[in-house]
Design a protein around this ligand. Sequence first.
Ligand code: GLN
Length: 486
Amino acid sequence: MASELNKLTIADASSKLRAREITATQLTRDCLDRIAAAEPRLHAFITVCEKEALEQARAADARLAAGNAPALCGIPLGIKDIYATKGIRTTCASRILENFVPPFDATVIERLRADGAIFVGKTNMDEFAMGSSTENSAFGPTMNPHDTARVAGGSSGGSAAAVAAHECLGSLGTDTGGSIREPASFCGVVGIKPTYSRVSRYGVVAYASSLDQVGPFARSVRDAAIILRTLAGKDVRDSTCSARPVPDYERALTGDVGRLRIGVPREYFVEGMQPEVEKSIRSALKNYESLGASTVEISLPHTGYAIAAYYLVATAEASANLARYDGIRFGLRVNAEDNIALYETTRAKGFGAEVKRRIMLGTFALSAGYYDAYYLKAQKVRTLIRNDFERAFEKCDLIVTPVAPTTAFKIGEKMNDPLTMYLSDIFTISVNLAGLPGMSIPCGHDSNNLPIGMQLIAPPFAEETILRAGDAFERTGTFKPRTPAV
Ligand code: GLN
Protein backbone atom coordinates (compact mmCIF):
# COMPACT_ATOMS: atom_id res chain seq x y z
CA MET A 1 0.00 0.00 0.00
CA ALA A 2 1.46 3.29 -1.11
CA SER A 3 1.97 5.94 1.56
CA GLU A 4 0.33 8.65 -0.59
CA LEU A 5 2.31 11.48 0.98
CA ASN A 6 1.59 13.33 -2.26
CA LYS A 7 -1.91 14.03 -0.89
CA LEU A 8 -0.59 16.15 2.00
CA THR A 9 -0.96 19.90 1.98
CA ILE A 10 2.24 21.93 1.84
CA ALA A 11 1.67 23.14 5.41
CA ASP A 12 1.30 19.57 6.75
CA ALA A 13 4.12 18.13 4.67
CA SER A 14 6.39 20.95 5.75
CA SER A 15 5.83 20.34 9.46
CA LYS A 16 6.19 16.56 9.02
CA LEU A 17 9.42 17.06 7.08
CA ARG A 18 10.83 19.32 9.74
CA ALA A 19 9.78 16.95 12.51
CA ARG A 20 11.55 14.21 10.49
CA GLU A 21 8.36 12.12 10.41
CA ILE A 22 8.71 11.85 6.64
CA THR A 23 11.55 12.48 4.22
CA ALA A 24 11.65 14.63 1.11
CA THR A 25 12.76 11.56 -0.80
CA GLN A 26 9.62 9.58 0.19
CA LEU A 27 7.41 12.54 -0.58
CA THR A 28 9.01 13.11 -3.99
CA ARG A 29 8.86 9.37 -4.76
CA ASP A 30 5.10 9.37 -4.05
CA CYS A 31 4.58 12.34 -6.37
CA LEU A 32 6.64 10.69 -9.12
CA ASP A 33 4.68 7.43 -8.73
CA ARG A 34 1.44 9.35 -8.96
CA ILE A 35 2.73 11.15 -12.07
CA ALA A 36 3.61 7.81 -13.70
CA ALA A 37 0.14 6.45 -12.95
CA ALA A 38 -1.93 9.52 -13.90
CA GLU A 39 -0.07 11.09 -16.82
CA PRO A 40 -1.39 8.76 -19.53
CA ARG A 41 -4.88 10.10 -18.74
CA LEU A 42 -3.98 13.73 -17.87
CA HIS A 43 -0.93 14.95 -19.76
CA ALA A 44 -0.33 17.68 -17.22
CA PHE A 45 3.45 17.59 -17.82
CA ILE A 46 5.55 18.27 -20.89
CA THR A 47 8.74 17.15 -19.14
CA VAL A 48 9.01 15.03 -15.97
CA CYS A 49 12.28 15.61 -14.09
CA GLU A 50 12.60 12.37 -12.15
CA LYS A 51 16.37 12.25 -11.82
CA GLU A 52 16.76 15.95 -10.96
CA ALA A 53 13.86 15.83 -8.50
CA LEU A 54 15.34 12.89 -6.59
CA GLU A 55 18.70 14.66 -6.43
CA GLN A 56 17.01 17.79 -5.09
CA ALA A 57 15.15 15.61 -2.57
CA ARG A 58 18.39 14.13 -1.26
CA ALA A 59 19.85 17.61 -0.83
CA ALA A 60 16.66 18.76 0.91
CA ASP A 61 16.82 15.79 3.32
CA ALA A 62 20.38 16.72 4.26
CA ARG A 63 19.30 20.29 4.90
CA LEU A 64 16.25 19.20 6.90
CA ALA A 65 18.43 16.96 9.04
CA ALA A 66 20.66 19.94 9.80
CA GLY A 67 17.61 21.83 11.14
CA ASN A 68 16.17 25.29 10.48
CA ALA A 69 15.10 24.64 6.87
CA PRO A 70 12.68 27.06 5.12
CA ALA A 71 8.98 26.18 4.74
CA LEU A 72 9.33 25.01 1.14
CA CYS A 73 12.38 22.82 1.76
CA GLY A 74 11.57 19.34 0.42
CA ILE A 75 8.22 20.32 -1.14
CA PRO A 76 7.62 18.92 -4.67
CA LEU A 77 6.28 21.52 -7.10
CA GLY A 78 5.27 21.59 -10.78
CA ILE A 79 6.62 24.46 -12.89
CA LYS A 80 4.79 25.85 -15.91
CA ASP A 81 6.96 25.32 -18.97
CA ILE A 82 7.21 29.09 -19.45
CA TYR A 83 9.86 29.49 -16.70
CA ALA A 84 13.51 29.32 -17.65
CA THR A 85 14.98 26.39 -15.74
CA LYS A 86 18.74 25.98 -15.98
CA GLY A 87 19.65 22.77 -17.77
CA ILE A 88 16.00 21.69 -18.11
CA ARG A 89 14.19 22.02 -21.45
CA THR A 90 11.79 24.98 -21.52
CA THR A 91 9.41 24.78 -24.48
CA CYS A 92 6.56 27.21 -23.74
CA ALA A 93 4.53 24.42 -25.39
CA SER A 94 5.84 25.56 -28.79
CA ARG A 95 7.69 23.73 -31.56
CA ILE A 96 9.85 26.83 -31.90
CA LEU A 97 11.37 26.16 -28.44
CA GLU A 98 10.99 22.38 -28.50
CA ASN A 99 14.68 21.78 -27.84
CA PHE A 100 15.56 24.95 -25.96
CA VAL A 101 17.56 24.36 -22.78
CA PRO A 102 18.04 27.65 -20.89
CA PRO A 103 21.49 28.41 -19.48
CA PHE A 104 19.93 30.22 -16.50
CA ASP A 105 17.08 30.13 -13.96
CA ALA A 106 14.20 32.59 -13.77
CA THR A 107 14.38 34.66 -10.58
CA VAL A 108 11.47 32.82 -8.97
CA ILE A 109 13.05 29.46 -9.84
CA GLU A 110 16.28 30.62 -8.23
CA ARG A 111 14.35 31.64 -5.09
CA LEU A 112 12.50 28.33 -4.88
CA ARG A 113 15.77 26.44 -5.35
CA ALA A 114 17.39 28.51 -2.61
CA ASP A 115 14.57 27.45 -0.28
CA GLY A 116 15.10 23.79 -1.16
CA ALA A 117 11.88 23.25 -3.16
CA ILE A 118 11.82 20.28 -5.53
CA PHE A 119 10.81 20.48 -9.20
CA VAL A 120 9.06 17.31 -10.35
CA GLY A 121 8.56 18.61 -13.87
CA LYS A 122 7.55 21.28 -16.36
CA THR A 123 3.82 21.55 -16.85
CA ASN A 124 1.74 21.77 -20.01
CA MET A 125 0.21 25.04 -21.19
CA ASP A 126 -1.21 26.83 -24.20
CA GLU A 127 1.57 27.75 -26.62
CA PHE A 128 3.19 30.98 -25.35
CA ALA A 129 0.35 31.18 -22.77
CA MET A 130 -2.16 32.11 -25.48
CA GLY A 131 -5.39 30.34 -24.72
CA SER A 132 -7.93 29.34 -22.10
CA SER A 133 -7.92 25.57 -22.37
CA THR A 134 -4.35 24.24 -22.89
CA GLU A 135 -5.59 22.91 -26.23
CA ASN A 136 -3.16 25.27 -27.98
CA SER A 137 -0.18 23.27 -26.66
CA ALA A 138 1.97 21.99 -29.54
CA PHE A 139 2.24 18.76 -27.54
CA GLY A 140 -1.48 18.09 -27.09
CA PRO A 141 -4.01 19.17 -24.44
CA THR A 142 -4.16 18.52 -20.70
CA MET A 143 -7.26 16.64 -19.55
CA ASN A 144 -9.31 17.78 -16.55
CA PRO A 145 -8.78 15.36 -13.62
CA HIS A 146 -12.50 15.67 -12.73
CA ASP A 147 -13.60 14.57 -16.21
CA THR A 148 -11.02 13.67 -18.85
CA ALA A 149 -13.40 14.59 -21.69
CA ARG A 150 -13.08 18.19 -20.53
CA VAL A 151 -10.38 20.84 -20.59
CA ALA A 152 -8.30 21.75 -17.55
CA GLY A 153 -8.54 25.44 -18.45
CA GLY A 154 -5.62 27.52 -19.58
CA SER A 155 -3.17 28.68 -20.25
CA SER A 156 -1.68 27.17 -17.05
CA GLY A 157 -3.85 24.03 -17.40
CA GLY A 158 -1.05 21.57 -16.63
CA SER A 159 -0.11 23.36 -13.40
CA ALA A 160 -3.74 23.35 -12.19
CA ALA A 161 -4.42 19.74 -13.16
CA ALA A 162 -1.18 18.48 -11.61
CA VAL A 163 -2.05 20.01 -8.23
CA ALA A 164 -5.69 18.85 -8.39
CA ALA A 165 -4.58 15.30 -9.22
CA HIS A 166 -1.97 15.20 -6.42
CA GLU A 167 0.96 14.90 -8.83
CA CYS A 168 2.66 17.65 -6.82
CA LEU A 169 1.79 19.75 -3.76
CA GLY A 170 1.82 23.13 -5.47
CA SER A 171 2.82 24.67 -8.76
CA LEU A 172 3.63 27.86 -10.61
CA GLY A 173 1.55 29.42 -13.36
CA THR A 174 1.42 32.78 -15.10
CA ASP A 175 -1.61 34.99 -15.60
CA THR A 176 -1.94 37.59 -18.36
CA GLY A 177 -5.72 37.56 -18.69
CA GLY A 178 -6.85 34.75 -16.40
CA SER A 179 -4.38 31.93 -17.00
CA ILE A 180 -4.00 31.10 -13.30
CA ARG A 181 -7.52 31.81 -12.09
CA GLU A 182 -9.50 30.10 -14.86
CA PRO A 183 -7.68 26.74 -14.74
CA ALA A 184 -7.75 26.88 -10.92
CA SER A 185 -11.51 27.27 -11.16
CA PHE A 186 -11.90 24.44 -13.71
CA CYS A 187 -9.73 22.03 -11.71
CA GLY A 188 -10.96 22.95 -8.21
CA VAL A 189 -7.74 24.33 -6.73
CA VAL A 190 -6.55 27.69 -5.36
CA GLY A 191 -4.75 30.03 -7.78
CA ILE A 192 -3.40 33.54 -7.14
CA LYS A 193 -2.53 36.27 -9.61
CA PRO A 194 -0.66 38.81 -7.47
CA THR A 195 -0.60 42.57 -8.08
CA TYR A 196 1.28 43.47 -11.27
CA SER A 197 4.93 43.98 -10.20
CA ARG A 198 4.64 42.02 -6.95
CA VAL A 199 6.66 39.11 -8.40
CA SER A 200 9.66 39.26 -10.74
CA ARG A 201 9.08 38.28 -14.37
CA TYR A 202 12.79 37.82 -15.09
CA GLY A 203 13.28 34.53 -16.92
CA VAL A 204 9.57 34.09 -17.64
CA VAL A 205 8.94 33.88 -21.38
CA ALA A 206 7.14 37.15 -22.19
CA TYR A 207 3.67 37.18 -23.69
CA ALA A 208 2.24 40.66 -22.91
CA SER A 209 4.71 42.36 -20.60
CA SER A 210 2.37 44.99 -19.13
CA LEU A 211 -0.09 42.26 -18.07
CA ASP A 212 1.98 39.12 -17.32
CA GLN A 213 2.24 38.10 -13.68
CA VAL A 214 3.65 35.07 -11.88
CA GLY A 215 1.64 33.17 -9.26
CA PRO A 216 1.10 29.91 -7.37
CA PHE A 217 -1.45 27.08 -7.44
CA ALA A 218 -2.10 25.00 -4.34
CA ARG A 219 -4.79 22.94 -2.63
CA SER A 220 -5.39 25.47 0.15
CA VAL A 221 -5.16 29.21 0.60
CA ARG A 222 -2.51 28.73 3.28
CA ASP A 223 -0.35 26.69 0.90
CA ALA A 224 -0.67 29.35 -1.80
CA ALA A 225 0.32 32.01 0.76
CA ILE A 226 3.44 30.01 1.68
CA ILE A 227 4.56 29.81 -1.96
CA LEU A 228 3.72 33.45 -2.69
CA ARG A 229 5.92 34.66 0.14
CA THR A 230 8.96 33.02 -1.45
CA LEU A 231 8.13 34.31 -4.94
CA ALA A 232 7.40 37.96 -4.14
CA GLY A 233 9.82 40.83 -3.71
CA LYS A 234 12.29 43.13 -5.38
CA ASP A 235 14.48 41.91 -8.20
CA VAL A 236 17.12 44.14 -9.77
CA ARG A 237 16.82 42.12 -12.99
CA ASP A 238 13.17 43.17 -13.51
CA SER A 239 12.86 46.96 -13.40
CA THR A 240 9.06 46.73 -13.13
CA CYS A 241 9.31 44.62 -9.98
CA SER A 242 8.21 46.39 -6.78
CA ALA A 243 10.61 47.03 -3.92
CA ARG A 244 7.79 47.00 -1.34
CA PRO A 245 8.55 44.72 1.59
CA VAL A 246 6.89 41.31 1.37
CA PRO A 247 4.53 40.58 4.27
CA ASP A 248 4.40 37.22 6.01
CA TYR A 249 1.20 36.25 4.19
CA GLU A 250 0.44 33.38 6.56
CA ARG A 251 0.00 35.87 9.38
CA ALA A 252 -2.90 37.40 7.50
CA LEU A 253 -4.87 34.15 7.87
CA THR A 254 -6.68 35.08 11.06
CA GLY A 255 -10.12 33.80 10.07
CA ASP A 256 -11.56 37.21 10.88
CA VAL A 257 -13.64 38.84 8.13
CA GLY A 258 -15.87 40.87 10.45
CA ARG A 259 -16.20 44.46 9.19
CA LEU A 260 -14.99 43.40 5.74
CA ARG A 261 -17.03 45.18 3.04
CA ILE A 262 -17.49 42.97 0.01
CA GLY A 263 -18.44 44.56 -3.31
CA VAL A 264 -20.51 42.55 -5.78
CA PRO A 265 -20.33 44.02 -9.29
CA ARG A 266 -23.66 43.96 -11.08
CA GLU A 267 -21.93 43.61 -14.49
CA TYR A 268 -20.47 40.24 -13.46
CA PHE A 269 -23.71 38.32 -13.29
CA VAL A 270 -24.50 38.21 -16.97
CA GLU A 271 -27.05 36.52 -19.13
CA GLY A 272 -25.89 33.23 -20.58
CA MET A 273 -23.94 32.42 -17.45
CA GLN A 274 -24.35 28.88 -16.10
CA PRO A 275 -27.03 29.27 -13.36
CA GLU A 276 -25.17 26.94 -10.97
CA VAL A 277 -22.15 29.24 -11.08
CA GLU A 278 -24.21 32.23 -9.98
CA LYS A 279 -25.92 30.14 -7.30
CA SER A 280 -22.60 29.02 -5.80
CA ILE A 281 -21.20 32.54 -5.66
CA ARG A 282 -24.39 33.90 -4.09
CA SER A 283 -24.31 31.20 -1.44
CA ALA A 284 -20.63 31.91 -0.68
CA LEU A 285 -21.60 35.57 -0.21
CA LYS A 286 -24.25 34.48 2.31
CA ASN A 287 -21.50 32.61 4.11
CA TYR A 288 -19.43 35.76 4.34
CA GLU A 289 -22.40 37.64 5.74
CA SER A 290 -22.84 35.02 8.42
CA LEU A 291 -19.19 35.57 9.36
CA GLY A 292 -19.88 39.26 9.94
CA ALA A 293 -18.88 40.71 6.56
CA SER A 294 -21.23 43.03 4.71
CA THR A 295 -22.00 42.97 1.00
CA VAL A 296 -22.70 45.95 -1.21
CA GLU A 297 -23.66 46.11 -4.86
CA ILE A 298 -21.09 47.99 -6.94
CA SER A 299 -20.74 48.88 -10.61
CA LEU A 300 -17.77 48.43 -12.94
CA PRO A 301 -19.35 50.15 -15.93
CA HIS A 302 -16.61 49.58 -18.51
CA THR A 303 -16.51 45.79 -18.04
CA GLY A 304 -18.10 45.26 -21.46
CA TYR A 305 -15.05 46.75 -23.22
CA ALA A 306 -12.44 44.68 -21.39
CA ILE A 307 -12.12 41.77 -23.83
CA ALA A 308 -11.77 44.05 -26.85
CA ALA A 309 -9.19 46.26 -25.13
CA TYR A 310 -7.26 43.21 -23.89
CA TYR A 311 -7.04 41.59 -27.32
CA LEU A 312 -5.50 44.78 -28.72
CA VAL A 313 -3.03 45.47 -25.90
CA ALA A 314 -2.03 41.82 -25.39
CA THR A 315 -1.60 41.01 -29.07
CA ALA A 316 0.30 44.26 -29.72
CA GLU A 317 2.77 43.40 -26.95
CA ALA A 318 2.93 39.78 -28.08
CA SER A 319 3.76 40.73 -31.65
CA ALA A 320 6.77 42.68 -30.35
CA ASN A 321 7.82 40.06 -27.77
CA LEU A 322 7.66 37.17 -30.21
CA ALA A 323 9.80 38.92 -32.82
CA ARG A 324 12.84 37.44 -31.05
CA TYR A 325 12.05 33.91 -32.28
CA ASP A 326 13.81 34.40 -35.58
CA GLY A 327 15.65 31.11 -35.98
CA ILE A 328 18.98 32.81 -35.28
CA ARG A 329 19.34 33.17 -31.54
CA PHE A 330 17.32 30.40 -29.98
CA GLY A 331 15.15 27.45 -30.70
CA LEU A 332 14.15 26.02 -34.03
CA ARG A 333 15.98 26.98 -37.22
CA VAL A 334 14.73 25.98 -40.65
CA ASN A 335 17.54 26.75 -43.10
CA ALA A 336 16.73 28.60 -46.30
CA GLU A 337 18.54 30.42 -49.15
CA ASP A 338 18.79 33.78 -47.34
CA ASN A 339 18.06 35.32 -43.94
CA ILE A 340 14.60 36.64 -44.78
CA ALA A 341 13.54 33.23 -46.05
CA LEU A 342 15.08 31.65 -42.94
CA TYR A 343 13.02 33.89 -40.63
CA GLU A 344 9.88 33.20 -42.59
CA THR A 345 10.15 29.45 -42.84
CA THR A 346 11.29 29.10 -39.23
CA ARG A 347 8.36 31.13 -37.91
CA ALA A 348 5.88 29.48 -40.28
CA LYS A 349 6.93 26.04 -39.06
CA GLY A 350 7.62 26.90 -35.43
CA PHE A 351 4.48 28.77 -34.37
CA GLY A 352 1.01 27.26 -34.04
CA ALA A 353 -2.18 28.73 -35.51
CA GLU A 354 -3.31 30.73 -32.46
CA VAL A 355 0.13 32.30 -31.96
CA LYS A 356 0.20 33.33 -35.63
CA ARG A 357 -3.29 34.81 -35.31
CA ARG A 358 -2.16 36.91 -32.33
CA ILE A 359 1.04 38.11 -34.02
CA MET A 360 -0.98 39.22 -37.04
CA LEU A 361 -3.64 40.94 -34.91
CA GLY A 362 -1.01 42.75 -32.86
CA THR A 363 1.09 43.79 -35.84
CA PHE A 364 -2.03 45.17 -37.48
CA ALA A 365 -3.08 47.08 -34.35
CA LEU A 366 0.36 48.73 -34.16
CA SER A 367 0.72 49.55 -37.84
CA ALA A 368 0.81 53.13 -39.13
CA GLY A 369 -2.66 54.52 -39.61
CA TYR A 370 -4.25 52.07 -37.18
CA TYR A 371 -2.23 52.77 -34.06
CA ASP A 372 -4.47 55.60 -32.84
CA ALA A 373 -7.70 53.89 -33.82
CA TYR A 374 -6.90 50.62 -32.07
CA TYR A 375 -3.90 50.51 -29.78
CA LEU A 376 -4.17 54.00 -28.33
CA LYS A 377 -7.91 53.67 -27.89
CA ALA A 378 -7.45 50.34 -26.09
CA GLN A 379 -4.97 52.01 -23.72
CA LYS A 380 -7.58 54.67 -22.94
CA VAL A 381 -10.18 52.00 -22.22
CA ARG A 382 -7.64 50.39 -19.93
CA THR A 383 -7.45 53.60 -17.91
CA LEU A 384 -11.26 53.72 -17.66
CA ILE A 385 -11.31 50.14 -16.38
CA ARG A 386 -8.67 50.96 -13.78
CA ASN A 387 -10.71 54.01 -12.70
CA ASP A 388 -13.82 51.82 -12.35
CA PHE A 389 -12.01 49.67 -9.79
CA GLU A 390 -10.57 52.67 -7.95
CA ARG A 391 -14.03 54.09 -7.55
CA ALA A 392 -15.46 50.73 -6.48
CA PHE A 393 -12.80 50.33 -3.80
CA GLU A 394 -14.02 53.51 -2.15
CA LYS A 395 -17.08 51.48 -1.16
CA CYS A 396 -15.57 48.08 -0.42
CA ASP A 397 -12.37 46.30 0.64
CA LEU A 398 -12.75 43.27 -1.58
CA ILE A 399 -14.71 42.37 -4.72
CA VAL A 400 -16.22 38.91 -5.16
CA THR A 401 -17.18 37.56 -8.59
CA PRO A 402 -17.33 34.27 -10.48
CA VAL A 403 -14.04 33.27 -12.15
CA ALA A 404 -15.60 32.08 -15.39
CA PRO A 405 -19.16 32.04 -16.77
CA THR A 406 -19.17 28.22 -16.94
CA THR A 407 -17.45 25.19 -15.49
CA ALA A 408 -14.90 23.24 -17.59
CA PHE A 409 -16.07 22.80 -21.17
CA LYS A 410 -15.54 19.78 -23.43
CA ILE A 411 -12.27 19.27 -25.24
CA GLY A 412 -12.74 20.53 -28.81
CA GLU A 413 -15.91 22.46 -27.98
CA LYS A 414 -14.49 25.95 -28.55
CA MET A 415 -11.49 25.25 -30.75
CA ASN A 416 -13.09 26.40 -33.99
CA ASP A 417 -14.45 29.60 -32.57
CA PRO A 418 -11.74 31.86 -31.12
CA LEU A 419 -14.25 34.48 -29.99
CA THR A 420 -16.20 32.07 -27.76
CA MET A 421 -12.88 30.88 -26.37
CA TYR A 422 -11.86 34.50 -25.64
CA LEU A 423 -15.12 35.00 -23.74
CA SER A 424 -14.10 32.43 -21.09
CA ASP A 425 -11.93 35.20 -19.62
CA ILE A 426 -14.64 37.82 -19.40
CA PHE A 427 -14.44 38.00 -15.57
CA THR A 428 -10.66 37.75 -15.19
CA ILE A 429 -9.24 40.04 -17.88
CA SER A 430 -10.18 43.40 -16.28
CA VAL A 431 -8.12 42.48 -13.23
CA ASN A 432 -4.99 42.24 -15.40
CA LEU A 433 -5.81 45.45 -17.26
CA ALA A 434 -6.08 47.20 -13.88
CA GLY A 435 -2.99 45.43 -12.44
CA LEU A 436 -4.86 44.16 -9.36
CA PRO A 437 -4.40 40.99 -7.31
CA GLY A 438 -7.01 38.26 -7.83
CA MET A 439 -7.48 34.76 -6.50
CA SER A 440 -9.65 31.82 -7.49
CA ILE A 441 -10.83 29.47 -4.76
CA PRO A 442 -13.14 26.48 -5.09
CA CYS A 443 -16.64 27.27 -3.81
CA GLY A 444 -18.96 24.64 -5.29
CA HIS A 445 -19.74 22.01 -7.91
CA ASP A 446 -22.23 21.88 -10.74
CA SER A 447 -24.60 18.96 -11.41
CA ASN A 448 -21.81 17.18 -13.34
CA ASN A 449 -19.58 17.34 -10.28
CA LEU A 450 -17.34 19.91 -11.95
CA PRO A 451 -15.68 22.52 -9.70
CA ILE A 452 -16.86 26.13 -9.56
CA GLY A 453 -14.41 28.91 -8.66
CA MET A 454 -15.00 32.16 -6.81
CA GLN A 455 -12.80 35.16 -7.62
CA LEU A 456 -11.62 37.55 -4.88
CA ILE A 457 -10.18 40.87 -6.10
CA ALA A 458 -8.45 43.51 -3.94
CA PRO A 459 -6.73 46.89 -4.40
CA PRO A 460 -3.05 46.89 -5.42
CA PHE A 461 -0.81 45.06 -2.91
CA ALA A 462 -3.76 43.98 -0.74
CA GLU A 463 -2.99 40.28 -1.25
CA GLU A 464 -3.43 39.84 2.50
CA THR A 465 -7.11 40.84 2.27
CA ILE A 466 -7.71 38.25 -0.44
CA LEU A 467 -5.84 35.55 1.45
CA ARG A 468 -7.60 36.29 4.73
CA ALA A 469 -11.03 36.18 3.10
CA GLY A 470 -10.23 33.02 1.10
CA ASP A 471 -8.91 31.22 4.16
CA ALA A 472 -11.93 32.31 6.24
CA PHE A 473 -14.22 30.78 3.61
CA GLU A 474 -12.25 27.51 3.64
CA ARG A 475 -12.49 27.40 7.43
CA THR A 476 -16.30 27.53 7.39
CA GLY A 477 -16.09 24.04 5.91
CA THR A 478 -19.44 24.59 4.19
CA PHE A 479 -17.92 23.41 0.97
CA LYS A 480 -15.58 20.43 0.66
CA PRO A 481 -13.68 20.12 -2.64
CA ARG A 482 -14.15 16.66 -4.17
CA THR A 483 -11.27 14.36 -4.95
CA PRO A 484 -10.97 14.22 -8.75
CA ALA A 485 -11.95 11.09 -10.67
CA VAL A 486 -8.42 10.56 -12.00
N1 GLN B 1 -6.91 33.38 -22.33
C1 GLN B 1 -6.21 34.62 -22.37
C2 GLN B 1 -5.39 34.70 -23.64
O1 GLN B 1 -5.42 33.77 -24.37
C3 GLN B 1 -5.34 34.77 -21.16
C4 GLN B 1 -4.14 33.94 -21.22
C5 GLN B 1 -3.19 34.21 -20.09
O2 GLN B 1 -3.58 34.70 -19.03
N2 GLN B 1 -1.93 33.90 -20.33
O3 GLN B 1 -4.73 35.67 -23.90
